[in-house]
Write a protein that binds this ligand. Sequence first.
Ligand SMILES: [Zn+2]
Length: 321
Amino acid sequence: MELAVDATPDTRILNGSEKSVRQKLFCPIFLSLLAALCSSAGCPAQIRKSCGDLIYLRLTAATALQGTLVQVQVSSTKALPQDVSAEWDSKSSPIWHVEGHSKTLHGMVGVDLEKPPGRYDYKISWKDSIGQQKSCTAPLIVRAGKFPTEHLKVEKQFVQPDPEQQKRAEDDSKKMRAIYDTITPEPLWKGPFQLPLKEVVTGGNFGRRRILNGVARSPHAGVDFPAPTGTPVFAPQAGKVVLAEDLYYSGNTVVIDHGFGIYTLYAHLSQLTANPGDSVEAGTEIGKVGATGRVTGPHLHWGLTIDRARVNALQIVNREP
Ligand SMILES: [Zn+2]
């Protein structure tokens, strides 16, 4: 979450054509339904499965790159059972109704930028009208993302912190883990997510593997937007501010909880204009761009975490989970 402006903007919002090109290039040899459906025309762009009991399961992608997100819809021609639950990769995954729509449930799967490539099942479970336990599974194939490696020179204290700095950095990451381990069981957003800056629309560096002063470090988990110090930063959607303070590596940092395990993070700010506990709307100013923490110049570092998975934040822009 720490580094700075780097040359090439790298917008990775997958549009339909880009997706289909990638999927044509990759038909996995898995002995799965997916492989069976792949043909010279390409792999299916999404999964839609009839689960019985008039229930349908849809995933917006059959294959997903590391660091991307996949939207899920469970729908029925009649009202859905009350107790539909979902899991991905054998872990519970939030699923929710949008107000007024009892026949559809929505979910979102975040594929962590270091998730090992392979097949991970998405499964829904429910009890039918006579109380029998039912389930339905769809395979989601994770593929390796193509992330460049960069070599950077930063101040020595950020690669070899002294014991006091080390302690501070560890306390910060404990705090962040505790935040991401908390899943607010309701949606706090209303509508599609927006970009956090008004004028700057492209950001890059997501997923880069980094060598700092010759030492390999964790990959870059956010999107960097180059912008001058003082540029206002806005909440991309409604939520609750759960952190607004100075952290060792990420400098002045704001984290917004949007509900259901969806968090956005804003780092290296010159100024914080939000406080922990604040409820924000889409467009509320939360701080100003700066160069605090481990940086090589002023920029906004924007992070998105979905159920602890580090995802390219540009993936959520214009989407309504
Ligand atoms: Zn960054």
